[in-house]
Design a protein around this ligand. Structure first.
Ligand code: IMP
Ligand code: MG
Length: 178
C-alpha cells in the first residue's frame, strides 16, 4: 500500500515498517545509556503510543511508564493554545524523566510539557522524539534523542493522525501536494 486517503487528503508512503524498526532500534541502543539513571518514561498521548510501545520493548532495562495528554493540533495546523487533558499521577521529584514524543514540529507542545513537568521538581528532563521538523522548530530546548529529522511535511501513521484518523497505519505516510 503506497497511497492512502484520509478524510479529504491523499498521502504517499514515506517511512516503511522496516525503516521504522531500524530507527526505533537505533534510538533504543542510544537510550541504553539512561539505565543508570533509572528514568521514568512519560509517553505523550495519543500520538506516541505506537512508538513508545516499540521503543520501550526494545530497551534492555525495565522502567516505570506513565502517560500525559495534551492537545494543540486541529487538522493540519498547530492551534497554538495548549490543553492538558491528562496529567501524570506519580511523584517525579528528584527523578530523571524522559518525555517520549511522536513528532516535534514548532516545539510548542514540548515547551509546554517541560514547563509543566519542571513544576514537579524532577532531577532532570530528557527529551526523545521519533520525528523532528528542524525547519519548523522555534524553541531553545535541545532534543536529546531524535529518530529522524524530516522536512516540514505533514505526516500520518504509526500513531500520528490527521483529525484522529491514520494512527493505526503501520508505516508513515506523507501528504501529497497537488
Ligand atoms: P508542536 O507543538 O508544533 O511541536 O507539535 C507537536 C504535536 O503536533 C505533535 O505531538 C503531534 O501531535 C502534532 N503534529 C505535529 N506535526 C504533525 C504531523 O506532521 N502529523 C501529525 N501530527 C503532527
Ligand atoms: Mg496529533
Amino acid at each position: 500500500m503506497s497511497l492512502v486517503q484520509i478524510h479529504d487528503k491523499e498521502f504517499g508512503l514515506f517511512i516503511s515498517k522496516k525503516e521504522l524498526e531500524s530507527i526505533v532500534d537505533q534510538m533504543a541502543k542510544k537510550m541504553e545509556s539512561l539505565q543508570s539513571q533509572a528514568p521514568i518514561f512519560i509517553v505523550v498521548l495519543n500520538g506516541s503510543f505506537f512508538f513508545a510501545s516499540d521503543l520501550l520493548k526494545a530497551l534492555s532495562f525495565d522502567s516505570e511508564v506513565h502517560f500525559i495528554k495534551v492537545k494543540s493540533y486541529e487538522g493540519m495546523e498547530s492551534s497554538g493554545k495548549m490543553n492538558l487533558i491528562l496529567d501524570i499521577n506519580v511523584d517525579v521529584s528528584n527523578r530523571t524523566i524522559v518525555i517520549l514524543e511522536d513528532i516535534i514540529d514548532t516545539g510548542t507542545t514540548l515547551h509546554y510539557l517541560i514547563i509543566h513537568l519542571q513544576e514537579k521538581n524532577p532531577k532532570k528532563i530528557i527529551t526523545a522524539s521519533l520525528l523532528f521538523k528542524p525547519n519548523s522548530y522555534k524553541q531553545e530546548h535541545t532534543i536529546d534523542f531524535i529518530g529522524k529529522s524530516i522536512e516540514n511535511d505533514f505526516v500520518v501513521g504509526y500513531g500520528l493522525d490527521y483529525d484522529e484518523l491514520g494512527r493505526t497505519l503501520p508505516q508513515i505516510f506523507k501528504l501529497k501536494h497537488d
